[in-house]
Design a protein. Structure first.
Length: 262
């Protein structure tokens, strides 16, 4: 049985947490299309398609575009967003650890911001490899990767410290992205891991606190209230003592692509 994380509860607000400026979206679509290197009409699967943030603009590039997601509410959101004039994204509900497609079904497979949500990520990567044609391209994309010194990362680490005081320790699916790279490299004829471009955005201490308080991030969903609520109170006290809650804070974000040819 899969224990992949479904985003049913996040379907209505998910796009707000992943919003990028229009010019960044265009750069992202261009970067993904360039990495795929496929002609119009090629069969492409996006595993973990979500609300279609990338599927909808990419489908306009002429691919025969398929999308799979474990969450039916997320797929419904995609359908509600897709303009009727667009070529439809062909949708399937399913799990990336057990893709409901025949071997060699696709020329390209795209996975955006997904593997960290899949404890069985090695099985997911094996499935991606299975459904690719020989010479097919797999892309693992991080569309807004934050750096270790990023303010949001620092706040998350601080929350983790406070929660540990109340007996809760968060465990990531893998220790580092290198674990994913090692698995993707198996059987590959080519692997490139690179930053396609970088952009900057602004946040505030209040905005980051509010997102955490509302449990907008998936890693917060399973934390028991007995640890979360007192840790949240301590986090707010710390932020108010250390920062102007409404002062703008610059963030640098990377659009990262791992391209693998099998």
């Amino acid at each position: 049985m899969s224990n992949s994380i479904a985003f049913d509860q996040a379907a209505e607000y998910y796009d707000q947490t992943r919003a990028v400026p229009p010019e960044v979206e265009k750069q992202g679509v261009d970067a993904i299309a360039a990495a795929l290197g496929l002609e119009a009409g090629a069969r492409v699967l996006e595993a973990g398609v979500g609300t279609g943030r990338w599927a909808i603009p990419l489908s306009r590039r002429g691919y025969c575009y398929h999308g799979l997601d474990i969450s039916m509410p997320m797929l419904r959101k995609l359908v509600s967003k897709q303009p009727p004039v667009d070529a439809p994204v062909m949708l399937t509900q399913g799990d990336v650890t057990s893709l409901p497609y025949r071997d060699g079904s696709f020329a390209g497979v795209l996975v955006v911001h997904v593997f960290h949500l899949v404890p069985q990520y090695r099985q997911a990567i094996a499935e991606v490899r299975r459904v690719l044609q020989r010479g097919g391209v797999a892309l693992a994309v991080g569309d807004g990767v934050v750096r270790d010194d990023d303010f949001q990362m620092m706040v998350s680490r601080k929350l983790g410290e406070f929660m540990a005081e109340y007996g809760y320790k968060h465990e990531d699916v893998f220790e580092s992205w290198n674990d994913v790279l090692t698995t993707m490299r198996e059987g590959a004829s080519q692997l490139d891991d690179y930053t396609a471009f970088t952009w900057e955005t602004l946040t505030t201490a209040r905005a980051e606190y509010d997102y955490i308080a509302a449990r907008r991030w998936s890693w917060l969903w399973q934390i028991p209230d007995a640890a979360f609520q007192p840790a949240l109170a301590e986090l707010r006290n710390w932020l108010e003592a250390e920062y102007d809650m409404d002062a703008p804070i610059n963030r640098v974000r990377d659009f990262k692509i791992t391209k693998v040819v099998y």
